[in-house]
Design a protein around this ligand. Structure first.
Ligand SMILES: Nc1ncnc2c1ncn2[C@@H]1O[C@H](COP(=O)(O)OP(=O)(O)OP(=O)(O)O)[C@@H](O)[C@H]1O
Length: 232
Protein backbone atom coordinates (compact mmCIF):
# COMPACT_ATOMS: atom_id res chain seq x y z
CA UNK A 1 0.00 0.00 0.00
CA UNK A 2 1.12 3.53 -0.76
CA UNK A 3 0.74 5.43 2.48
CA UNK A 4 0.91 9.19 2.86
CA UNK A 5 0.36 11.85 5.47
CA UNK A 6 -0.38 15.27 3.96
CA UNK A 7 -0.14 18.24 6.34
CA UNK A 8 -1.58 16.16 9.17
CA UNK A 9 -2.39 17.86 12.45
CA UNK A 10 -3.85 15.91 15.35
CA UNK A 11 -5.30 17.72 18.34
CA UNK A 12 -6.55 16.27 21.56
CA UNK A 13 -8.59 19.03 23.18
CA UNK A 14 -6.48 22.15 23.19
CA UNK A 15 -3.33 20.13 22.77
CA UNK A 16 -1.61 19.74 19.40
CA UNK A 17 -0.01 16.31 19.38
CA UNK A 18 1.05 16.22 15.72
CA UNK A 19 1.60 19.39 13.79
CA UNK A 20 1.42 19.84 10.03
CA UNK A 21 3.22 16.59 9.39
CA UNK A 22 3.75 15.20 5.89
CA UNK A 23 5.50 12.05 4.73
CA UNK A 24 5.29 9.55 1.92
CA UNK A 25 5.70 5.85 2.62
CA UNK A 26 5.57 4.03 -0.74
CA UNK A 27 5.26 0.22 -0.79
CA UNK A 28 8.41 -1.44 0.57
CA UNK A 29 9.44 1.49 2.80
CA UNK A 30 11.62 0.41 5.74
CA UNK A 31 11.94 3.19 8.29
CA UNK A 32 12.37 4.04 11.94
CA UNK A 33 10.08 6.54 13.61
CA UNK A 34 12.10 8.11 16.38
CA UNK A 35 11.51 10.71 19.07
CA UNK A 36 11.43 10.94 22.82
CA UNK A 37 8.43 9.94 24.89
CA UNK A 38 5.42 12.10 24.06
CA UNK A 39 6.81 13.24 20.69
CA UNK A 40 3.75 11.81 18.91
CA UNK A 41 5.01 8.50 17.52
CA UNK A 42 2.06 6.39 18.60
CA UNK A 43 -0.36 9.05 17.39
CA UNK A 44 1.30 9.04 13.98
CA UNK A 45 1.18 5.24 13.72
CA UNK A 46 -2.49 5.25 14.67
CA UNK A 47 -3.23 8.05 12.22
CA UNK A 48 -1.52 6.16 9.39
CA UNK A 49 -3.64 3.11 10.17
CA UNK A 50 -6.85 5.14 10.25
CA UNK A 51 -7.38 4.66 13.98
CA UNK A 52 -7.05 8.38 14.73
CA UNK A 53 -8.64 10.95 12.44
CA UNK A 54 -6.56 14.08 11.83
CA UNK A 55 -8.00 17.44 12.88
CA UNK A 56 -6.47 18.85 9.68
CA UNK A 57 -4.78 17.29 6.68
CA UNK A 58 -5.21 13.84 5.20
CA UNK A 59 -3.97 10.30 5.44
CA UNK A 60 -4.14 8.61 2.06
CA UNK A 61 -4.11 4.91 1.27
CA UNK A 62 -3.21 4.31 -2.37
CA UNK A 63 -4.29 7.88 -3.02
CA UNK A 64 -7.64 7.64 -1.23
CA UNK A 65 -8.38 9.82 1.77
CA UNK A 66 -8.86 7.33 4.63
CA UNK A 67 -11.29 9.68 6.41
CA UNK A 68 -13.61 9.80 3.41
CA UNK A 69 -14.09 6.07 3.08
CA UNK A 70 -17.26 4.50 4.43
CA UNK A 71 -16.64 2.71 7.70
CA UNK A 72 -17.11 -0.64 5.96
CA UNK A 73 -14.54 0.27 3.27
CA UNK A 74 -12.16 1.59 5.89
CA UNK A 75 -12.33 -1.66 7.84
CA UNK A 76 -11.67 -3.66 4.67
CA UNK A 77 -8.64 -1.53 3.77
CA UNK A 78 -7.36 -1.70 7.33
CA UNK A 79 -6.78 -5.40 6.80
CA UNK A 80 -3.61 -4.30 4.98
CA UNK A 81 -2.15 -3.13 8.30
CA UNK A 82 -0.42 -5.25 10.87
CA UNK A 83 0.00 -3.43 14.15
CA UNK A 84 2.21 -4.29 17.08
CA UNK A 85 1.26 -1.95 19.92
CA UNK A 86 3.17 -1.27 23.13
CA UNK A 87 0.27 -2.47 25.21
CA UNK A 88 -0.66 -5.45 23.06
CA UNK A 89 -1.96 -8.20 25.24
CA UNK A 90 -2.33 -11.82 24.34
CA UNK A 91 -5.45 -13.56 25.56
CA UNK A 92 -4.36 -15.42 28.71
CA UNK A 93 -6.75 -18.30 28.29
CA UNK A 94 -5.75 -19.02 24.69
CA UNK A 95 -2.61 -20.79 23.56
CA UNK A 96 -0.09 -18.92 21.42
CA UNK A 97 -1.48 -20.59 18.30
CA UNK A 98 -5.07 -19.76 19.24
CA UNK A 99 -4.03 -16.15 19.84
CA UNK A 100 -2.55 -16.00 16.34
CA UNK A 101 -5.64 -17.66 14.87
CA UNK A 102 -8.03 -15.29 16.62
CA UNK A 103 -7.97 -12.37 14.15
CA UNK A 104 -8.18 -14.79 11.22
CA UNK A 105 -11.24 -16.53 12.61
CA UNK A 106 -12.82 -13.13 13.24
CA UNK A 107 -12.22 -12.31 9.59
CA UNK A 108 -13.83 -15.57 8.53
CA UNK A 109 -10.67 -16.95 6.94
CA UNK A 110 -11.42 -20.64 6.19
CA UNK A 111 -10.12 -22.87 8.99
CA UNK A 112 -7.56 -24.83 6.98
CA UNK A 113 -6.07 -21.68 5.49
CA UNK A 114 -6.05 -19.92 8.88
CA UNK A 115 -4.26 -22.84 10.51
CA UNK A 116 -1.68 -23.04 7.75
CA UNK A 117 -0.99 -19.30 8.06
CA UNK A 118 -0.76 -19.45 11.86
CA UNK A 119 1.80 -22.25 11.63
CA UNK A 120 3.76 -20.35 8.97
CA UNK A 121 4.02 -17.13 11.00
CA UNK A 122 4.81 -18.99 14.21
CA UNK A 123 7.67 -20.66 12.37
CA UNK A 124 8.79 -17.29 11.03
CA UNK A 125 9.08 -15.84 14.54
CA UNK A 126 10.66 -19.02 15.94
CA UNK A 127 7.74 -19.99 18.17
CA UNK A 128 6.58 -23.21 16.56
CA UNK A 129 7.58 -25.23 19.61
CA UNK A 130 5.65 -22.86 21.91
CA UNK A 131 2.48 -22.93 19.81
CA UNK A 132 0.46 -24.86 22.37
CA UNK A 133 1.74 -22.91 25.36
CA UNK A 134 -0.33 -20.41 27.33
CA UNK A 135 1.05 -16.84 27.31
CA UNK A 136 1.76 -16.86 31.06
CA UNK A 137 4.54 -19.38 30.42
CA UNK A 138 6.32 -17.24 27.83
CA UNK A 139 9.22 -14.86 28.39
CA UNK A 140 8.77 -11.17 27.54
CA UNK A 141 10.56 -11.60 24.23
CA UNK A 142 8.47 -14.62 23.30
CA UNK A 143 5.30 -12.66 24.06
CA UNK A 144 6.53 -9.88 21.83
CA UNK A 145 7.24 -12.35 19.04
CA UNK A 146 3.79 -13.90 19.52
CA UNK A 147 2.32 -10.39 19.13
CA UNK A 148 4.29 -9.94 15.91
CA UNK A 149 3.08 -13.33 14.67
CA UNK A 150 -0.52 -12.32 15.38
CA UNK A 151 -0.02 -9.07 13.47
CA UNK A 152 1.54 -10.97 10.56
CA UNK A 153 -1.03 -13.71 10.30
CA UNK A 154 -3.34 -11.56 8.21
CA UNK A 155 -0.49 -11.00 5.70
CA UNK A 156 -0.34 -7.24 6.10
CA UNK A 157 1.40 -5.18 3.43
CA UNK A 158 2.23 -2.57 6.08
CA UNK A 159 3.65 -3.54 9.47
CA UNK A 160 3.56 -0.78 12.11
CA UNK A 161 5.39 -1.62 15.33
CA UNK A 162 5.22 0.67 18.35
CA UNK A 163 8.33 0.35 20.50
CA UNK A 164 8.62 -3.42 20.08
CA UNK A 165 11.85 -3.45 22.12
CA UNK A 166 10.48 -1.83 25.28
CA UNK A 167 11.36 -3.89 28.33
CA UNK A 168 13.45 -6.45 26.43
CA UNK A 169 17.04 -7.33 27.28
CA UNK A 170 19.56 -6.67 24.48
CA UNK A 171 19.72 -10.31 23.32
CA UNK A 172 15.96 -10.61 23.07
CA UNK A 173 15.66 -7.21 21.39
CA UNK A 174 18.15 -8.44 18.79
CA UNK A 175 16.00 -11.51 18.16
CA UNK A 176 12.86 -9.40 17.78
CA UNK A 177 14.70 -7.04 15.40
CA UNK A 178 15.80 -9.99 13.28
CA UNK A 179 12.25 -11.31 13.13
CA UNK A 180 10.88 -7.90 12.12
CA UNK A 181 13.44 -7.60 9.34
CA UNK A 182 12.88 -11.11 8.05
CA UNK A 183 9.13 -11.06 8.07
CA UNK A 184 8.69 -7.63 6.55
CA UNK A 185 10.72 -8.27 3.41
CA UNK A 186 8.95 -6.74 0.45
CA UNK A 187 6.34 -4.92 2.54
CA UNK A 188 6.41 -1.64 4.41
CA UNK A 189 7.92 -1.66 7.90
CA UNK A 190 7.70 1.36 10.21
CA UNK A 191 9.11 0.85 13.69
CA UNK A 192 8.66 3.48 16.40
CA UNK A 193 11.25 3.65 19.17
CA UNK A 194 12.58 6.28 21.57
CA UNK A 195 16.08 5.79 20.18
CA UNK A 196 17.51 4.02 17.16
CA UNK A 197 17.83 0.30 17.94
CA UNK A 198 21.36 -0.86 17.09
CA UNK A 199 20.06 -4.13 15.73
CA UNK A 200 17.59 -2.58 13.33
CA UNK A 201 19.63 -0.31 11.07
CA UNK A 202 16.84 0.82 8.76
CA UNK A 203 17.85 3.17 5.94
CA UNK A 204 15.38 5.94 6.70
CA UNK A 205 14.67 7.90 9.86
CA UNK A 206 11.58 9.93 10.57
CA UNK A 207 12.36 12.01 13.64
CA UNK A 208 9.56 13.64 15.64
CA UNK A 209 10.12 16.32 18.21
CA UNK A 210 7.17 17.88 20.03
CA UNK A 211 4.75 16.66 17.35
CA UNK A 212 6.81 18.05 14.48
CA UNK A 213 8.69 16.03 11.92
CA UNK A 214 12.15 17.54 12.11
CA UNK A 215 13.96 15.01 9.93
CA UNK A 216 12.94 12.59 7.17
CA UNK A 217 15.93 11.04 5.47
CA UNK A 218 18.96 8.84 6.07
CA UNK A 219 20.02 7.96 9.63
CA UNK A 220 21.12 11.10 11.48
CA UNK A 221 22.63 10.07 14.83
CA UNK A 222 23.42 13.71 15.66
CA UNK A 223 19.68 14.21 16.31
CA UNK A 224 19.89 11.83 19.22
CA UNK A 225 22.93 13.64 20.62
CA UNK A 226 21.07 16.96 20.37
CA UNK A 227 18.32 15.40 22.38
CA UNK A 228 20.77 14.53 25.17
CA UNK A 229 22.09 18.07 25.25
CA UNK A 230 18.56 19.43 25.58
CA UNK A 231 17.92 17.10 28.47
CA UNK A 232 21.23 17.78 30.20
N1 LIG B 1 -6.23 10.37 23.38
C1 LIG B 1 -5.43 11.32 23.87
N2 LIG B 1 -5.93 12.37 24.58
C2 LIG B 1 -5.13 13.34 25.07
N3 LIG B 1 -3.78 13.38 24.88
C3 LIG B 1 -3.24 12.38 24.20
C4 LIG B 1 -4.02 11.31 23.64
N4 LIG B 1 -3.18 10.47 22.99
C5 LIG B 1 -1.94 10.98 23.13
N5 LIG B 1 -1.98 12.12 23.85
C6 LIG B 1 -0.82 12.98 24.19
O1 LIG B 1 -0.15 13.23 22.99
C7 LIG B 1 1.27 13.26 23.19
C8 LIG B 1 1.91 12.29 22.21
O2 LIG B 1 1.56 10.98 22.57
P1 LIG B 1 2.11 9.71 21.81
O3 LIG B 1 1.64 8.51 22.56
O4 LIG B 1 1.75 9.81 20.38
O5 LIG B 1 3.68 9.90 21.98
P2 LIG B 1 4.85 8.84 21.80
O6 LIG B 1 5.93 9.54 21.08
O7 LIG B 1 4.32 7.58 21.22
O8 LIG B 1 5.30 8.58 23.29
P3 LIG B 1 5.80 7.21 24.01
O9 LIG B 1 7.10 6.86 23.40
O10 LIG B 1 5.89 7.60 25.45
O11 LIG B 1 4.71 6.21 23.75
C9 LIG B 1 1.51 12.89 24.63
O12 LIG B 1 1.76 14.07 25.35
C10 LIG B 1 0.20 12.26 25.06
O13 LIG B 1 -0.04 12.51 26.42
Amino acid sequence: MDLRAAAVTVRHGARTVLSDMSCALPPGTQALLLGRSGAGKTTLLKSLAGLVTPSHGHITWDGQDAARLSSADRRTRQAAFGMVFQTDALFDSLTVRQNVLFPLVRRHVPTAEAEARADEVLRAVGLESAADTLPERLSGGMKKRAGIARALAAKPSVLLADDPFAGLDPGTARQVARVLLEVSQGGTLLVAAPEAPLDLPLPRWLYLRGGQLIHDGPPAPSLEEERDEVLA
